[in-house]
Design a protein around this ligand. Structure first.
Ligand code: ADP
Length: 504
C-alpha cells in the first residue's frame, strides 16, 4: 500500500494530466449513463408523458400518445383478469375521452372495449385519413387523429382504433413558443448539447481537483523552500521524495542549497584563516623587528664593544631582516599573483637539464640539514617545456621547504624528486616521509592562507601562502598541481606540464 503510494508519487506530470483527463471523461460518461436511465424511466411520469393532455400536435403530445398506446397494449397483453383489464382500460381512456377522443378495441374480430360504436368510429376514422384501417396507422393531421394498432398476445388478435376529429397539427401562438423550448430540451441535439456542457464542467472540476492535489502541492512546497533559502536558512531541506519532474527539481534545489552552504562555510573558513594569518604575520614581523631594534641599540650604545661582538650582532640583525624579507616576499607575491599582475618570462627549456642544475644547487643545503634527496629521471634526456625558470624554482623551493617544515621529528627526512615523461605531458613529483595531511584538508592546501594544522600560529612555521603561490605559478604555466598524502606517512606534491616536441 505504502509502496503503491510511493509509486504514484513518482508519476510524471504528463501522466497525471492524462489520468486526470481520463478520469474526468470516465466520470462524465458514468453520469451520462445514470442520467439517461433516469431520463428513460422517470421522466415520462414526471412530465406526464403517459396521459394525453391536448388536442394539438407537438413532440410532447406525440410522446404522450405513444406512451398511452403502449399502456393499452401492455394491459391487453397482461395476465390480469378480464374485469381488471376493462377497469384499467377505462382509467387509461378517461383522460383522452375528455378531449373527445374515441376508442374501439376488437379481440379476435369481436367487440372487446369501446366508447363508441364500430360503424361510427370506422366512418369517422376513414373520413379523417381516407384508408381502410386494415393496417397499423399513426395519423396526426390537420383534420384529426387516427391511430390503428394491431397486437397479438396469448394467441389472441387485438385491433385498437383511436380517432379524434377535433385534433389538429396547426400550432397555436402560445403553444408555439413553449413547444420550441420543450422541443429543444427533448430533441436529440438538446440532449447532446446538455451532456457536452455537463462533461465539460465535470472535467474542469475533476481536473482541477486532481491537479491541485498532485501538482500544486509539491510546487507550493518548492516555493516555501525557495523562500526559506532566500531568507538565509540554508539548513532547510524540501521534503518531497519523488523521481518525477517536480521531484528532480526539488533534489536539484536541495543540492544547490547544500553546495551554497558548503561554499559559504568554506569562504568563512578562509576568511577566518586570513584574519588569523594577518594577526600572525603582524606578530611575527614584530619579533625580528624587535630583535633588529635591540641589537642596533646594543651597537649604538656601545654594548657590543669588541669587533667580534659587533660582527655577531650584525649577523643576528641580518638574519632577522632575512626573516622579515621572506614574510613580505610571500605576501607580495601572492597579492601580485592574485591581482594577475605577473607576466611570466617563458622560454623553451629542457626540464631534465633544469632539474639537474636545480638539484645541484639544492643538494649541499639539504646535506647540511641531514636530508636525503633521491632523484629519478626518465631515460629520455630531452623533455622540453615552456618555463619561467626563476618562478618555477620558487615553486620547487616552496614544496621542498614544506617537506622540511612538516617532517617527522623522530625520523630522518627523505625527499624523492621524480620526473615521469608521457606522450604529451610530464609529471614532476616531490615525495616526502613527513607528517602527512588529513584527507579532508587535501583539497584546500592550495588555497591562500590555508593551513592544515591550525594549531601552528607562528607565521614562520607556516603562513599558508607557499602552496597558493605554487598553484598560481603552475596555472600560469598552463599546468596543474595536486597532492596525495597519507597521514603519518608522507606527502607527494605533483605538477603536470605540457611538453613540446623538439622542433616546436
Ligand atoms: P605554510 O606556509 O603554512 O606551509 P603552504 O601553503 O605552503 O603554507 O601549505 C599549506 C598547508 O599545507 C600547510 O600549513 C601544511 O599544513 C600543509 N602542508 C603543505 N605541505 C606539506 C607537507 N609536505 N607535509 C605536510 N603538510 C603539508
Amino acid at each position: 500500500m505504502k509502496q503503491n503510494k510511493h509509486k504514484s508519487k513518482n508519476l510524471s506530470i504528463g501522466s497525471r494530466i492524462a489520468i486526470a483527463t481520463a478520469t474526468a471523461i470516465v466520470v462524465a460518461l458514468a453520469i451520462i449513463a445514470i442520467l439517461s436511465s433516469f431520463f428513460r424511466f422517470f421522466t415520462p411520469s414526471f412530465y406526464n408523458f403517459s396521459s394525453v393532455t391536448t388536442n394539438n400536435y407537438s413532440l410532447l403530445n406525440q410522446i404522450q400518445w405513444s406512451q398511452t398506446m403502449m399502456n393499452i397494449t401492455d394491459q391487453l397483453a397482461s395476465d390480469n383478469s378480464e374485469s381488471a383489464k376493462q377497469q384499467i382500460l377505462r382509467d387509461i381512456t378517461k383522460d383522452f375521452e375528455k378531449l373527445d377522443t374515441n376508442i374501439y378495441i376488437e379481440k379476435n374480430g369481436q367487440h372487446y372495449f369501446s366508447n363508441i360504436g364500430k360503424n361510427d368510429i370506422f366512418a369517422q376514422a376513414q373520413k379523417i385519413c381516407k384508408t381502410d384501417l386494415d393496417n397499423s396507422i399513426n395519423y396526426y393531421g390537420d383534420n384529426g387523429l387516427v391511430i390503428v394498432n394491431k397486437l397479438e398476445a396469448r394467441n389472441d388478435q387485438y385491433k385498437i382504433i383511436v380517432s379524434n376529429s377535433k385534433y389538429t397539427v396547426k400550432p397555436t401562438a402560445e403553444n408555439n413558443r413553449s413547444q420550441g423550448i420543450i422541443r429543444l430540451i427533448f430533441s436529440k441535439l438538446g440532449f447532446v448539447i446538455g451532456m457536452i456542457i455537463l462533461i465539460f464542467i465535470l472535467s474542469i472540476i475533476i481536473m482541477s481537483l486532481i491537479t491541485s492535489k498532485t501538482i500544486t502541492k509539491p510546487i507550493s512546497l518548492l516555493a516555501k523552500g525557495a523562500n526559506e533559502i532566500a531568507s538565509g536558512n540554508l539548513d532547510y531541506k524540501i521534503d518531497y521524495d519523488s523521481t518525477n519532474e517536480v521531484g528532480t527539481t526539488v533534489t536539484a534545489m536541495n543540492d544547490m542549497t547544500s553546495k551554497l552552504k558548503e561554499s559559504i562555510d568554506q569562504r568563512n573558513k578562509i576568511d577566518k584563516s586570513r584574519k588569523e594569518m594577518v594577526a600572525g604575520l603582524a606578530h611575527d614581523l614584530r619579533t625580528p623587528l624587535t630583535s633588529v631594534k635591540g641589537y642596533v641599540e646594543g651597537i649604538r650604545d656601545g654594548i657590543a664593544k669588541t669587533p667580534e661582538k659587533q660582527a655577531e650582532y650584525i649577523d643576528i640583525i641580518y638574519s632577522s631582516t632575512l626573516d622579515m624579507e621572506k614574510l613580505l616576499d610571500d605576501l607580495m607575491s601572492i597579492s601580485r599573483l592574485e591581482l594577475g599582475n605577473i607576466q611570466l618570462n617563458l622560454e623553451k627549456t629542457n626540464l631534465i637539464s633544469f632539474i639537474d642544475e636545480y638539484t645541484e644547487e639544492l643538494l649541499p643545503q639539504l646535506e647540511q640539514k641531514g636530508v636525503k634527496l633521491q632523484i629519478t629521471k626518465p631515460e629520455e634526456q630531452n623533455v622540453f617545456v615552456m618555463l619561467d625558470t626563476d618562478r618555477f624554482s620558487r615553486v620547487l623551493n616552496n614544496i621542498v621547504s614544506n617537506s622540511l617544515k612538516y617532517s617527522k621529528k623522530e625520523a630522518k627526512t627523505n625527499i624523492e624528486l621524480s620526473i615521469q615523461n608521457y606522450e604529451k605531458s610530464v609529471i614532476i613529483s616531490i615525495e616526502d616521509n613527513g607528517i602527512g595531511i588529513e584527507s579532508e584538508n587535501l583539497s584546500n592546501i592550495f588555497d591562500t592562507f590555508y593551513r592544515a594544522d591550525t594549531a601552528r600560529t607562528k607565521a614562520r612555521e607556516g603562513s599558508g601562502i607557499g602552496l597558493a603561490v605554487c598553484k598560481e605559478i603552475v596555472n600560469l604555466h598552463g599546468g596543474t598541481i595536486w597532492a596525495n598524502s597519507t597521514i603519518g606517512e608522507g606527502t607527494t606534491i605533483l605538477i603536470s606540464l605540457e611538453t613540446l616536441k623538439e622542433e616546436q
